[in-house]
Design a protein around this ligand. Structure first.
Ligand SMILES: CC(C)(COP(=O)(O)OP(=O)(O)OC[C@H]1O[C@@H](n2cnc3c(N)ncnc32)[C@H](O)[C@@H]1OP(=O)(O)O)[C@@H](O)C(=O)NCCC(=O)NCCS
Length: 224
């Protein structure tokens, strides 16, 4: 057979595209406000300052923030915190982030029944532009846990990140005691890659960090 090789397609194309770090940056997530991610039950669009009443409903609960690096905040502090997180739009440098509000269709918002409710949020943060490393993070209101929306939302954000931003892998860093979050990582196809002993000091004790990750080619293979 002669002539040029046919272009790679499907999974082959994804594997062939592995190479030097090449994030599709800068990326402005503002466009996702009008063209949000959608799943069976949820809409995911960038967090807005006006989501603060719904976010406060899970941010104010000790069980919701136990394994998050968030101090207890009163309403005013929490609303300011949500406004800061809602400002994340442009992904261009280390530490940049966008937070997706997970909106449950048909569930009325806490302060405005005309809007659907934000029941959790899902973050993509840039760990390293040089090495094209992105990190995922999440929180879901306890009233909606145990029903699958975290898997649904995190899966959609993972698909968005791999397809649009093109990292070679996605990773998550958890308090190693956080069994619910570890189980979510595993449902998403992530593997436990490391346990870093006594990496952080919280509330009078040293805590271990679990590192989870999935490679782009593993994610692509799981979708075939
Ligand atoms: C981590 C966290 C988001 C996981 O939430 P979760 O509710 O366990 O995850 P899901 O929404 O995917 O729900 C999965 C559960 O729903 C069950 N489920 C019920 N109906 C389901 C459905 N239709 N589809 C999928 N799963 C369903 C699953 O079996 C699973 O239950 P199991 O764990 O008993 O097997 C949540 O525990 C949380 O917000 N924790 C606090 C914040 C936090 O610690 N964040 C992480 C910091 S690193």
């Amino acid at each position: 057979m002669t002539g040029a090789a046919a272009p790679a397609s499907g999974r082959d194309a994804v594997v062939a595209s592995d190479g030097p770090p090449a994030l599709r940056f800068p990326y402005d997530a503002s466009a996702l406000t009008d063209a949000p991610l959608r799943t069976e039950r949820l809409v995911l669009r960038p967090l807005e300052a006006s989501d603060a009443p719904d976010v406060f409903e899970y941010q104010r609960l000790a069980e919701g923030i136990r394994y998050l690096p968030w101090p207890e905040r009163d309403r005013v502090e929490a609303y300011e915190h949500t406004a800061k997180r809602a400002a994340g739009r442009l992904l261009a440098g280390d530490g940049d982030f966008v937070v997706f509000a997970a909106i449950l269709l048909g569930e009325p918002s806490i302060d405005d029944a005309a809007r659907d409710r934000v029941i959790g949020d899902f973050m993509v943060r840039v760990s390293s532009v040089q090495h094209a490393q992105l990190e995922l993070g999440w929180v879901l209101h306890p009233d909606f846990q145990g029903r699958g929306p975290a898997r649904e939302a995190a899966g959609a954000v993972m698909d968005f990140a791999f397809e649009t931003l093109r990292p070679p892998r996605l990773q998550a860093f958890l308090d190693a005691r956080n069994a619910a979050s570890a189980a979510l990582c595993e449902r998403l196809g992530m593997r436990r890659e490391a346990t870093i002993l006594e990496e952080e000091y919280h509330d009078g004790e040293w805590t271990d960090t679990a590192v989870y990750g999935v490679l782009r080619r593993e994610w692509a293979a799981a979708r075939c």
